[in-house]
Design a protein. Sequence first.
Length: 347
Amino acid sequence: MLDSLFSCIYTAPFLGILGLLAATSIYFYIARQPNGTPRMVTIEHQIHSGAMAFLRKEYKVLAYFILAIFVLVALGLNIQTALSFLSGAVTSILAGFFGMMAATKGNARTAQAAKTFGLRGALNISYFAGSVMGLSVAGLGLLGLGILYAFYGQEVATIQYINGFAMGCSSIALFARVGGGIYTKAADVGSDLVGKVEAGIPEDDPRNPGVIADNVGDNVGDIAGMGADIYESYCGAIIASSAIAATMNEMSLSSLGVERMALLQLPLFLAVIGMIASLIGVGSMHFFKVLKPAVALRSTTLCAGGLFVLLSLGLVLGMHLPLRLFWAVLSGLVVGTLIGLFAEYYT
């Protein structure tokens, strides 16, 4: 049973591809929706083209940084870690880019859906536009890490190579989050000072170019930057957990009564079943969209979380791991869900 589970580690890249295909199909579904009046289309185009111009400039600068670090890591450590770093950096860029593409497409379409179908129509479009980011993050993470696990093998020594992947993710998240954040705050303050104070133009009026720039910044900072940030946290948690397993002493392993290889692979297995639960949770919006928006969003989260609990329990039992590991997973899930519910209530 354990050997068959170990062989399933190679399904991670395929689950990643499945997640990316789901994100792609949702993106084209969003793109097919009507995006409103000619004025709405014009504003949408201005925001989208501005966001793309910013990202082209940012990624061009980041390319030099990535190349420099790649060479330094290859010369100072080894080529395996350098390739992992490059993979993490590229997939981190893609995670933010895919999310931003969907968001800039979904904005005007959400407004048009609200105008035509009301609040529930707007919820449907906005939810699926946002889900592209989540599925892209999980899909790229599983694809990248799954390929590295398969390519480098599953020995303890290979964890040092895969750590480069986390470094690549973190580097891009730093620049994307900070760079986009500085841009959006500068545009926000500038549009307020010049538009409202000096020119007397109402706040968030598209006649003010600073407002367009502010919306561009919201996309490149809070979406593309946030996507890279979430991706770094997602992949970093998987790699850090595997690194802990790789460096545990024999006494700790004996106290748990498990093989080191099982603990090394558990984080990636949890990410695999997390992708399955997420796909089902996103699809459940088709059933929950008849409810009030807040209830519908909460229900999809609880649906995915509940399914993940059942799957993770089956995983731990199937790998013959101690139940204390399941309780650790469950406690993290419960606390994370509660944080979301508290934030929803108080905001």
